[in-house]
Design a protein around this ligand. Structure first.
Ligand code: BES
Ligand code: MN
Ligand code: ZN
Length: 493
């Protein structure tokens, strides 16, 4: 469990602590409980001083006899969104923590947000607090370590308490899954190896979850030859992880989630440039997303059957490494002409997707830090979305906007498929300079049969060295967890 998850958030209908945080809108407009306090002389005096105009994120404290009221600027109410509320909660949590406050009553759910229910707002505020205070400092042995003084937050709600409590429980599971994915991503490549990913998967326990971690011998026996080809250059054994969560009737076809688990991608013989290569420890963030989703859905006991599949290896340059020009016969039997060993993600996913398709799932969603081209196309604001499952894509797009873990579709017109035709094998593993994200998806499409499928290219979203509103420290973001958990939850409603 990460440190920020230790913060207890609860739902209450009246004041619990001596510190309260109230939103202050543009032009000193107060929220409902702010109005009831405006006759307090200290608050009156503070507002009369015009020191706080409700500017976004600005926080000022009014000291009263035995209590204090902190006003956080929320800007213009008509422009508020759930993401802004999430970001505001993250900012607030950071400020409470730097002020060494241990307990606070928080009234942010009083803000009016177009189209948002109380449940949505509770979830956004709770996520903002837990995600916003995330740190990864396990390896900082001295003073740089962040301490979290904040112990308890009471979300003071006016409305259906049961609805709020239910939303809070969901937020807790979702934040926990997201933070787990961040931790896995941030672990360095010498710690987070394929073996480690297998251990982390096996450690997720739930009465309805069965996990199988295949070692190299089992992978050889099963015939995951494409995974083995990429693994040839590494001194570390690969792993193939299968997780089966049976939350629904056994006869229901599962939803298969497949995650790229490259614990370090040096490019192989087609080696990457040195600058920034350290960031290729994040090349297992697809696997981390799948593990994070499993953590969340098992905590929520979602009534669905979900299958998780993770192929994992390093892509290095050992003497036995696979080479440009090599031809590989995959698990499915399709042959690959390797033109660039750095296009390894699609190679290992070919076996995982073919295996997934064999299980006859209702749909397949895969997660992969697959192409640099996707970073160029969409940057860090949206994951690339491609595939054949029209309903999945529509659902993921809507869930992406709702959770702000956004995805955006790129086309897969059939003409793109020609770019991966090979003269010497069935297909080649690169499609040339043009439309790199799309031709990578075309490659994957050859392995999913006719099962409705969506591919999330999270190369641009899975990590962020600068940090953002809900992940101020930077590093792995947990991209893919919130959008897909929302999508899965919607299936149960
Ligand atoms: N893991 C990389 C993709 C990547 C690059 C993710 C940069 C995030 C940031 C992937 O394995 C890769 O190297 N892809 C190549 C494919 C190319 C050789 C066809 C790429 O995108 O350059
Ligand atoms: Mn690569
Ligand atoms: Zn890679």
């Amino acid at each position: 469990m990460t440190k920020s998850e230790m913060i207890q958030i609860s739902i209450a209908t009246n004041a619990q602590a001596t510190t309260s945080v109230l939103p202050l809108l543009e032009n000193q407009q107060l929220s409902a409980s702010g109005k009831t306090r405006s006759s307090d002389e200290h608050i009156k005096h503070f507002l009369d001083s015009n020191e706080h105009q409700g500017d976004w994120g600005v926080m000022r404290t009014v000291y009263q006899k035995n209590t204090r009221t902190m006003f956080i600027g929320a800007g213009n109410e008509s422009q508020l969104t759930l993401q802004k509320l999430r970001a505001l909660a993250a900012k607030m949590a950071g400020k409470l923590n730097t002020n060494n406050i241990t307990q606070a009553d928080v009234y942010l759910t009083e803000l009016d947000i177009a189209g948002a229910s109380l449940a949505d707002k509770v979830q956004a505020v709770a996520e903002g607090i837990w995600l916003g205070l995330y740190t990864f400092d396990a390896y900082q042995t001295k003073e740089k370590k962040e301490t979290i003084t904040l112990e308890g937050i009471h979300l003071i709600v006016d409305g259906d308490v049961d609805e709020a409590k239910h939303a809070l429980a969901a937020a807790k599971a979702i934040a926990s899954g997201t933070l787990f994915a961040r931790d896995l991503g941030n672990e360095p490549g010498n710690v987070c190896t394929p073996e480690y990913l297998g251990e982390q998967a096996a450690a997720l326990s739930h009465p309805k979850l069965k996990t199988t971690v295949m070692d190299k011998a089992a992978i050889v026996k099963a015939g995951f030859t494409a995974l083995l080809a990429v693994n040839q250059g590494s001194a570390k054994e690969p792993r193939f992880i299968v997780m089966e969560y049976n939350g629904a009737d056994h006869s229901d076809a599962p939803i298969a989630l497949v995650g790229k688990g490259l614990t370090f991608d040096a490019g192989g013989i087609s080696i990457k440039p040195a600058a920034g290569m350290d960031e290729m420890k994040f090349d297992m963030c697809g696997a981390a997303a799948v593990l994070g989703i499993f953590k969340a859905i098992t905590k929520m006991n979602l009534p669905l059957n979900v299958l998780g599949i993770i192929p994992s290896t390093e892509n290095l340059l050992g003497g036995a490494a696979y080479k440009p020009g090599d031809i590989i016969t995959t698990y499915k039997g399709i042959t690959l002409e390797i033109l660039n060993t750095d296009a390894e993600g699609r190679v290992i996913l070919s076996d995982a997707l073919a295996y997934a398709a064999e299980q006859k799932p209702a749909e397949i969603i895969d997660f992969a830090t697959l192409t640099g081209a996707c970073v160029v196309a969409l940057g860090g604001q949206a994951s690339g979305l491609l595939g054949t499952g029209e309903n999945i894509k529509a659902g993921l797009t809507a869930s992406g906007l709702h959770t702000h873990d956004r995805v955006w579709e790129l086309p897969m017109f059939e003409e793109y498929q020609e770019q991966i035709n090979s003269k010497i094998a069935d297909i080649k593993n690169t499609g040339g300079r043009e439309a790199g994200t799309i031709t990578a998806a075309c490659f994957l499409s050859r392995f999913v049969d006719d099962i409705p499928w969506a591919h999330l290219d999270i190369a641009g979203t899975a990590w962020n060295m600068k940090g953002n509103d809900i992940s101020p420290v930077g590093g792995a973001t947990g991209a893919g967890v919130r959008v897909v958990v929302d999508y899965l939850r919607n299936k149960t409603k």
